[in-house]
Design a protein around this ligand. Structure first.
Ligand SMILES: [Zn+2]
Length: 147
């Protein structure tokens, strides 16, 4: 995150941040990680980045873990690895997660079932090894996937 973006994020009120977190059930709206099992706090992501004139209101905000937020950076689109075509990234305010992603059999990996799903998995690295290990461990405890 660059300084201009960092300062912009600081301008969000505590109330707005809490509303975004609560709406997301304290889960990352991309990889579905749960904040309560993360060593670092999650952040509020501007779906359309402020650098691309994205608004600072709830309709353009989502809750994201630090890794997803960092990998997304200012991107809103990327290449679908199957078709090679440019496609939008998953937008938690416009799209339903279940329409673009499914879990694999042991729930350790997210599988993209649409161009948007596949492109988002690649760009945000939704199947990072640390996240996969955590999903396996939490699944054994009956704590993954989140409801
Ligand atoms: Zn995430």
């Amino acid at each position: 995150m660059n300084w201009a973006l960092a300062l912009w994020h600081m301008s969000l009120t505590k109330k707005t941040k809490e509303a975004v977190a609560q709406r997301a059930g304290y889960c990352c709206e991309y990889c579905r990680s749960q904040e309560k099992f993360s060593p670092s706090r999650f952040s509020v992501d501007h779906i359309i980045p402020t650098a691309k004139l994205g608004e600072d209101d709830l309709a353009n905000l989502c809750y994201a873990c630090q890794a997803c937020n960092n990998h997304k950076y200012t991107n809103t689109a990327t290449t679908d690895p199957v078709t090679g075509e440019n496609t939008s990234l998953f937008n938690p305010r416009l799209h339903f997660w279940e329409e673009h992603f499914v879990w694999n059999e042991d729930k350790s990996e997210v599988i993209g079932i649409t161009p948007i799903g596949r492109a988002t998995i690649v760009k945000l690295k939704l199947n990072r090894s640390g996240v996969k290990n955590l999903r396996v461990a939490l699944k054994k405890l009956g704590l993954h996937p989140p409801e």
